[in-house]
Design a protein around this ligand. Structure first.
Ligand code: KIV
Length: 257
């Protein structure tokens, strides 16, 4: 097994796992020093391209962004999301996962879903493609973006799906927008680590969309804490640049050849 994946699994019950999304090289270079796992998430569809849903993200777009991220990631485990409609059956999934692994040199791919994609994930893991699972809110297929686990039926499905994913050979599972006690139950019932986003402190690790963490995204979500106000910093810098250009203070002698 990939050494980075082994290291990640060994963190369960010992040390919390730190993960973030990245879509490009410069950001990935900074995150790499602090993260165990960097995900090239298909959230790039809404964050960068203003798509209404991640369903619009193409395989090519994921590959190009991942190639950029790869240049910045040395130490962390790099995972790439398989976009919507690229894993509708085992054959399609294997072909596309192989392409992602080959072209981006990532360590693993991530797929959304449980029982429905059990055989598909098994095909990938049998073919030595490391897979990360994703349960709870599934942006590629859910119509309503609501947190999961309020109803017993929902809880039972997610617990069952999590066990199936573990059986299919995934090395970790993302739990997105999952009620606290359910996230705790799933985490305690699995030998592999759970990574939460809006899924409480009881997961084995956390992930956030980087633009949310730094406050670049003006939206406020309950599950996000803005650790910086980067919009303010960028505004300040651009305002100062604009003033200096207008007053002919920039470029000065030092900036000229
Ligand atoms: O696409 C993404 O960024 C994700 C995270 C929210 C886990 O899947």
């Amino acid at each position: 097994m990939n050494k980075k994946i082994l290291k990640l699994i060994k963190k369960k019950n010992k040390q919390k796992i730190v993960s973030l999304t990245a879509y490009s090289k410069n950001i990935a270079t900074i995150l790499d020093s602090y993260c165990d796992l960097i995900l090239v998430g298909d959230s790039l569809g809404s964050v960068l391209y203003n798509y209404k849903s991640t369903r619009e993200v193409s395989l090519n777009s994921m590959i190009e962004h991942s190639k950029s991220v790869r240049m910045g990631v040395k130490k962390s485990l790099m995972v790439v999301d398989m976009p919507h409609n690229t894993y509708r059956n085992s054959k399609e999934a294997l072909k596309n996962a192989k392409q992602i692994m080959l072209k981006t040199k990532c360590d693993a791919v991530k797929l959304e879903g449980g029982k429905k994609i059990y055989q598909i994930i098994k095909t990938l893991t049998k073919n030595k493609i490391p897979v990360m699972g994703h349960l709870g809110l599934l942006p590629q297929s859910d119509k309503n973006f609501k947190y999961k686990g309020k109803k017993k039926i929902e809880r039972d499905i997610i617990i069952n799906d999590a066990k199936l994913l573990e059986k299919s050979g995934v090395f970790s599972v993302v739990l997105e927008c999952v009620e606290t006690s359910l996230a705790k139950d799933v985490t305690q019932n699995l030998a592999i680590p759970t990574i939460g986003i809006g899924a409480s402190k009881y997961c084995d690790g956390q992930i956030l969309v980087f633009d949310d963490l730094i406050g670049l995204n003006p939206m406020n979500y309950k599950f996000v804490k803005k650790f910086a106000n980067i919009r303010k910093e960028i505004s300040k810098a651009v305002l100062n640049y604009s003033k200096e250009v207008k007053k002919q203070k920039f470029p000065n002698k030092k900036n000229s050849y």
